[in-house]
Design a protein around this ligand. Structure first.
Ligand code: HEM
Length: 502
């Protein structure tokens, strides 16, 4: 039996512990509002597995805050639904909010070689330098012939097999990026010796990688917890490395034979980029990153553009009128025409507002404890910039669900300078999309060429009635994309009669 003094000491110790805990609890600054966590698992059951951007927007109403907090198995998660908070936290405080979450499983399959998932540090900076030097505005002019060629091929594919428009968009964005990054002409497969099924194979690799990163809990799980699937992860790693090395090795061979090539790989191999890493490895990684990050996003935007035209015939009519007025009907618009086509510019911006391809951008992560608006944000917090919610702010974008390019225009039809030309769909601060100028050019060109060449409308059933659209998206991955939908795409004139000449 315990002696009386020891019972007292135990009780006293317990009391002190409770007091210390309560005081500590009281003193700990508050987190932003959010769902009530359960013991140990926290908000594991509240965190959505798909349509996170929509659920987080609902949280905004539920908890009366645009800054929201959740904790999943001890991992802090901060959701930002307003541009003001995104600017303050991700841009003004970029030195502490530009990291990416630690993703051991992604590490295991080699996916953290991708610039997109790289931790903040020298190696990531070196990646960004390569991307900046090769994808900045002044350099893009060199790639314009590739963009024009690929867009022309897209028009032919749409004319021949309109029902497969979503597949054509993927081939368009993939093949133009293969051209820009590796100098690889996918339309000349023999020359490149890549199988014709390469894109499908590559797409499957990218999809398999993004599947293992779906749930924050799995993303954070150490690899030994997933030991049962070791052979799967080893196989995926092999495929990721093949995805990275196969086009790079071919591009390197070509670069050795011709020192005038303009693609990114040839340019970097010729003019070494100063940096902490001298080997070829970072260039291999960064080239894969540009390709992987650009394919789905641009294709998704083009799919949403077709959806918007089906829903808004008046938008199509105004855009086609503008093209006829400014460019005429004998040639296709070029990027040089872009400043003279404000309505098309407004369509470009409105698609990326209405259906941002990456509605939650890519999570950032913090590297030190911080206080913001009186709230405590611990070091290592995952920050989710909910761009979808930011671009549904009713004050800036009245009736946000409506597709309305006019929001960017003055009554006289010119672009409204009060509307910032910044496109939030490209993300924030130091991690903002380094391919945004290329994306902007290739997406705009796709829009302009399709409008000049085709009439888009809802498909009709046997009775000649419009088939209603459901607006459904594949939305359980970082990049969302429209599910296949019926639509009518008819050529306005023979594609071959249209030229690029000014
Ligand atoms: C419409 C097309 C595109 C959209 C909407 C888009 C959007 C984004 C977003 C939201 C991010 C994350 C930003 C952040 O963390 O705050 C990102 C990062 C990135 N994007 Fe894009 N992107 C597009 C096209 C492209 C293209 C064409 C390329 C390459 C040529 C590219 C390369 C990258 C890379 C390498 C990153 C990682 C940057 C980093 O983590 O430092 N993207 N993009």
């Amino acid at each position: 039996m315990a002696s009386v003094p020891s019972v007292w000491s135990l009780a006293l110790a317990l009391l002190l512990l409770v007091i210390a805990y309560a005081r500590g609890f009281r003193r700990r600054p508050a987190h932003p509002p959010g769902p009530k966590p359960l013991p140990i698992i926290g908000n594991l059951l509240d965190v959505p597995k798909s349509k996170g951007h929509v659920v987080f927007k609902e949280w905004e109403k539920q908890y009366d805050s645009k800054l929201l907090y959740a904790s999943v198995l001890g991992q802090s998660v901060l959701v930002i639904n307003s541009l003001e908070d995104a600017t303050e936290l991700l841009e003004k405080r970029a030195s502490t909010t530009s990291d990416r979450p630690w993703l051991p499983l992604m590490d295991l399959v080699g996916a953290t070689r991708n610039t997109l998932l790289k931790r903040y540090g020298d190696s990531w900076r070196f990646h960004r330098r390569i991307l900046h030097q090769n994808l900045r505005k002044g350099v893009l002019e060199h790639y314009r012939p590739i963009l024009m060629q690929k867009s022309h091929i897209l028009l032919h594919r749409l004319a021949q097999d309109p029902a497969e428009f979503l597949t054509h968009f993927k081939i368009y964005s993939s093949s133009l990026l293969m051209g820009v990054v590796y100098g690889c002409d996918m339309e000349a497969p023999d020359e490149w010796n890549l199988p014709t099924s390469y894109f499908e194979w590559a797409e499957k690799v990218i999809r398999d990688v993004s599947k293992i990163g779906l749930l924050p809990i799995i993303r954070q799980a150490p690899s030994w917890l997933l030991g049962g699937s070791q052979s799967y992860t080893a196989d995926l790693r092999r495929r990721v490395l093949k995805l990275r090395d196969q086009p790079f090795d071919l591009a390197k061979e070509k670069a050795m034979l011709d020192d005038e090539r303009l693609d990114m790989v040839s340019r970097v191999l010729r003019n070494k980029v100063e940096g902490p890493e001298s080997s070829e490895e970072p260039l291999r990684d960064v080239s894969m990153s540009a390709w992987v990050a650009g394919v789905e996003t641009t294709a998704s935007a083009l799919g949403s553009f077709i959806l918007a035209l089906c829903l808004c015939p008046d938008v199509q009519e105004k855009a086609q009128d503008e093209i006829s007025r400014v460019v005429g009907s004998d040639r296709l618009p070029t990027l040089e025409d872009r400043p003279s086509l404000p309505y098309l510019e407004a369509i470009y911006r409105e698609v990326l507002r209405w259906k941002p391809p990456a509605p939650q951008a890519v999570p950032h992560s913090t590297v030190q404890d911080d206080m913001y608006k009186g709230y405590f944000i611990p070091s290592g917090t995952i920050i989710i910039p909910n761009v979808w919610a930011m671009m549904r702010d009713e004050e800036s974008y009245p009736e946000p669900e409506a597709f309305r390019p006019e929001r960017y225009l003055k009554p006289d039809g010119t672009l409204d300078a009060r509307q910032s030309d910044r496109v939030l769909a490209y993300g924030f601060g130091r991690r903002a999309c380094p391919g945004k100028d290329l994306a902007s050019e290739s997406f705009w060109l796709g829009i302009a060429h399709i409008l000049a060449s085709f009439d888009i409308a809802k498909a009709k059933d046997k009775e000649g009635m419009d088939i209603p659209l459901t607006l459904e998206y594949f939305d359980d991955e970082a990049v969302v994309r429209p599910k296949p939908f019926p639509c009518s795409i008819t050529a306005r004139r023979s594609i071959d009669t249209l030229t690029f000449a000014g």
